[in-house]
Design a protein around this ligand. Structure first.
Ligand code: S3P
Length: 189
Protein backbone atom coordinates (compact mmCIF):
# COMPACT_ATOMS: atom_id res chain seq x y z
CA UNK A 1 0.00 0.00 0.00
CA UNK A 2 1.27 3.44 -0.84
CA UNK A 3 -0.35 6.68 0.08
CA UNK A 4 0.70 8.60 -2.98
CA UNK A 5 -2.08 10.36 -4.84
CA UNK A 6 -2.12 10.84 -8.60
CA UNK A 7 -4.48 13.44 -10.03
CA UNK A 8 -5.69 12.94 -13.58
CA UNK A 9 -8.22 14.91 -15.58
CA UNK A 10 -8.74 17.24 -18.47
CA UNK A 11 -6.88 20.51 -18.95
CA UNK A 12 -8.36 23.18 -16.70
CA UNK A 13 -9.78 20.90 -14.00
CA UNK A 14 -7.37 22.36 -11.44
CA UNK A 15 -4.98 19.43 -10.90
CA UNK A 16 -2.02 21.65 -9.97
CA UNK A 17 -3.74 24.21 -7.75
CA UNK A 18 -5.84 21.61 -6.00
CA UNK A 19 -2.95 19.14 -5.85
CA UNK A 20 -0.84 21.71 -4.01
CA UNK A 21 -3.54 22.21 -1.41
CA UNK A 22 -4.11 18.49 -1.05
CA UNK A 23 -0.37 17.90 -0.56
CA UNK A 24 -0.31 20.44 2.25
CA UNK A 25 -3.37 18.80 3.83
CA UNK A 26 -1.72 15.38 3.69
CA UNK A 27 1.81 16.48 4.58
CA UNK A 28 2.93 15.16 1.19
CA UNK A 29 5.32 16.59 -1.38
CA UNK A 30 3.62 18.09 -4.43
CA UNK A 31 4.94 17.28 -7.90
CA UNK A 32 3.68 18.39 -11.27
CA UNK A 33 4.56 16.15 -14.20
CA UNK A 34 4.56 19.06 -16.68
CA UNK A 35 6.98 20.96 -14.43
CA UNK A 36 9.30 17.95 -14.29
CA UNK A 37 9.26 17.78 -18.09
CA UNK A 38 9.83 21.52 -18.44
CA UNK A 39 12.74 21.38 -16.01
CA UNK A 40 14.41 18.54 -17.87
CA UNK A 41 13.82 19.89 -21.35
CA UNK A 42 14.87 23.40 -20.31
CA UNK A 43 11.90 24.89 -22.13
CA UNK A 44 8.17 25.36 -21.79
CA UNK A 45 5.57 22.79 -22.80
CA UNK A 46 4.48 25.11 -25.62
CA UNK A 47 8.06 25.34 -26.89
CA UNK A 48 8.46 21.54 -26.77
CA UNK A 49 5.27 21.11 -28.82
CA UNK A 50 6.35 23.81 -31.27
CA UNK A 51 9.94 22.63 -31.70
CA UNK A 52 9.68 18.86 -31.39
CA UNK A 53 6.00 17.99 -31.64
CA UNK A 54 3.49 16.13 -29.51
CA UNK A 55 5.01 12.65 -29.88
CA UNK A 56 8.32 13.89 -28.47
CA UNK A 57 6.47 15.51 -25.57
CA UNK A 58 4.62 12.24 -24.93
CA UNK A 59 7.94 10.40 -24.78
CA UNK A 60 9.22 12.86 -22.18
CA UNK A 61 5.99 12.38 -20.25
CA UNK A 62 6.40 8.59 -20.19
CA UNK A 63 10.06 9.01 -19.17
CA UNK A 64 9.13 11.32 -16.28
CA UNK A 65 6.44 8.91 -15.06
CA UNK A 66 8.81 5.95 -15.32
CA UNK A 67 11.43 7.80 -13.26
CA UNK A 68 8.83 8.70 -10.68
CA UNK A 69 7.65 5.13 -10.46
CA UNK A 70 11.26 4.02 -10.03
CA UNK A 71 12.06 6.96 -7.75
CA UNK A 72 15.12 8.05 -9.67
CA UNK A 73 16.57 11.13 -11.33
CA UNK A 74 14.46 13.47 -9.30
CA UNK A 75 15.47 15.82 -6.57
CA UNK A 76 13.85 14.97 -3.27
CA UNK A 77 11.47 12.24 -4.30
CA UNK A 78 13.38 9.68 -2.33
CA UNK A 79 12.49 11.36 0.96
CA UNK A 80 10.02 9.44 3.06
CA UNK A 81 7.05 11.68 2.40
CA UNK A 82 4.30 10.58 0.07
CA UNK A 83 3.62 12.58 -3.05
CA UNK A 84 0.65 14.20 -4.70
CA UNK A 85 1.30 14.13 -8.43
CA UNK A 86 -0.55 16.37 -10.88
CA UNK A 87 -0.38 14.89 -14.38
CA UNK A 88 -0.93 16.53 -17.75
CA UNK A 89 -4.39 16.00 -19.21
CA UNK A 90 -3.07 13.58 -21.83
CA UNK A 91 -0.92 11.47 -19.52
CA UNK A 92 -3.54 8.72 -19.49
CA UNK A 93 -3.54 8.30 -23.27
CA UNK A 94 -0.81 5.66 -23.41
CA UNK A 95 -1.76 2.34 -21.80
CA UNK A 96 1.82 2.12 -20.53
CA UNK A 97 1.36 5.40 -18.68
CA UNK A 98 -1.88 4.22 -17.14
CA UNK A 99 -0.01 1.28 -15.62
CA UNK A 100 2.70 3.63 -14.38
CA UNK A 101 0.15 5.92 -12.75
CA UNK A 102 -1.40 3.01 -10.86
CA UNK A 103 2.06 1.86 -9.81
CA UNK A 104 2.76 5.35 -8.46
CA UNK A 105 -0.38 5.78 -6.38
CA UNK A 106 -4.13 6.00 -5.96
CA UNK A 107 -5.51 7.60 -9.10
CA UNK A 108 -8.13 10.31 -8.64
CA UNK A 109 -9.98 11.74 -11.63
CA UNK A 110 -10.71 15.39 -11.10
CA UNK A 111 -13.62 16.44 -13.24
CA UNK A 112 -15.72 19.56 -13.75
CA UNK A 113 -18.41 20.66 -16.18
CA UNK A 114 -17.30 21.37 -19.76
CA UNK A 115 -17.82 25.15 -19.66
CA UNK A 116 -15.69 25.49 -16.52
CA UNK A 117 -12.97 23.30 -18.02
CA UNK A 118 -12.96 25.27 -21.28
CA UNK A 119 -12.86 28.63 -19.56
CA UNK A 120 -9.98 27.59 -17.30
CA UNK A 121 -8.07 25.70 -19.98
CA UNK A 122 -8.02 28.60 -22.41
CA UNK A 123 -7.37 31.34 -19.86
CA UNK A 124 -3.59 31.02 -19.74
CA UNK A 125 -2.78 30.58 -23.44
CA UNK A 126 -0.28 27.93 -22.36
CA UNK A 127 -2.02 24.88 -23.78
CA UNK A 128 -0.66 24.17 -27.23
CA UNK A 129 -3.41 21.67 -28.09
CA UNK A 130 -5.98 24.46 -27.75
CA UNK A 131 -3.98 27.12 -29.59
CA UNK A 132 -5.96 26.46 -32.76
CA UNK A 133 -8.41 28.33 -34.96
CA UNK A 134 -11.51 26.95 -33.28
CA UNK A 135 -10.50 25.93 -29.76
CA UNK A 136 -14.00 25.02 -28.58
CA UNK A 137 -14.43 22.44 -31.35
CA UNK A 138 -11.05 20.90 -30.58
CA UNK A 139 -11.77 21.04 -26.87
CA UNK A 140 -15.12 19.24 -27.30
CA UNK A 141 -13.58 16.51 -29.47
CA UNK A 142 -10.67 15.95 -27.08
CA UNK A 143 -12.91 15.89 -24.02
CA UNK A 144 -15.33 13.48 -25.65
CA UNK A 145 -12.53 11.14 -26.68
CA UNK A 146 -10.94 11.15 -23.23
CA UNK A 147 -13.83 10.91 -20.76
CA UNK A 148 -14.00 7.13 -20.98
CA UNK A 149 -10.26 6.85 -20.47
CA UNK A 150 -10.32 9.01 -17.34
CA UNK A 151 -13.22 6.96 -16.05
CA UNK A 152 -11.58 3.59 -16.60
CA UNK A 153 -8.16 4.77 -15.42
CA UNK A 154 -9.24 6.13 -12.05
CA UNK A 155 -9.81 4.65 -8.62
CA UNK A 156 -11.99 7.60 -7.61
CA UNK A 157 -13.81 10.40 -9.38
CA UNK A 158 -14.26 13.80 -7.80
CA UNK A 159 -16.48 16.44 -9.36
CA UNK A 160 -15.15 19.93 -8.72
CA UNK A 161 -18.02 21.74 -10.45
CA UNK A 162 -19.13 24.68 -8.37
CA UNK A 163 -16.49 24.10 -5.70
CA UNK A 164 -13.55 26.26 -4.71
CA UNK A 165 -10.07 24.71 -4.86
CA UNK A 166 -10.06 24.39 -1.07
CA UNK A 167 -13.43 22.63 -1.07
CA UNK A 168 -12.31 20.30 -3.83
CA UNK A 169 -9.10 19.47 -2.02
CA UNK A 170 -11.14 18.64 1.09
CA UNK A 171 -13.52 16.51 -0.97
CA UNK A 172 -10.59 14.52 -2.39
CA UNK A 173 -9.22 14.10 1.11
CA UNK A 174 -12.53 12.70 2.30
CA UNK A 175 -12.91 10.50 -0.75
CA UNK A 176 -9.51 8.86 -0.41
CA UNK A 177 -10.01 8.50 3.33
CA UNK A 178 -13.15 6.51 2.60
CA UNK A 179 -15.57 9.05 4.05
CA UNK A 180 -17.29 9.65 0.76
CA UNK A 181 -18.15 7.36 -2.13
CA UNK A 182 -18.90 8.69 -5.60
CA UNK A 183 -18.20 12.37 -5.11
CA UNK A 184 -19.87 15.44 -6.47
CA UNK A 185 -20.61 19.01 -5.58
CA UNK A 186 -23.82 17.74 -4.04
CA UNK A 187 -21.89 15.96 -1.30
CA UNK A 188 -21.50 17.92 1.93
CA UNK A 189 -17.94 19.12 2.38
C1 S3P B 1 -2.07 18.21 -22.31
C2 S3P B 1 -2.30 18.85 -21.11
C3 S3P B 1 -1.34 19.77 -20.52
C4 S3P B 1 0.08 19.47 -20.99
C5 S3P B 1 0.13 19.41 -22.49
C6 S3P B 1 -0.81 18.35 -23.07
C7 S3P B 1 -3.14 17.32 -22.86
O1 S3P B 1 -1.38 19.69 -19.08
O2 S3P B 1 0.54 18.26 -20.45
O3 S3P B 1 -0.20 20.69 -22.98
O4 S3P B 1 -2.85 16.53 -23.76
O5 S3P B 1 -4.28 17.38 -22.35
P1 S3P B 1 -2.60 20.28 -18.21
O6 S3P B 1 -3.67 19.24 -18.16
O7 S3P B 1 -2.00 20.51 -16.86
O8 S3P B 1 -3.04 21.52 -18.86
Amino acid sequence: MHDNIVLIGFMGCGKSSIGRRLATRLGHRFLDCDDLITERAGKSISAIFADEGEEYFRNLETEALTDLRDRRNMRGISDSRGIVLATGGGAVLRPQNRDLLHDIGTVVWLHADADTLFERATRSGKRPLLEVENPRTTFNALLESRLGIYESSSDHRVDASGLSHDQTSELIFRTISGHSGESSAADPV
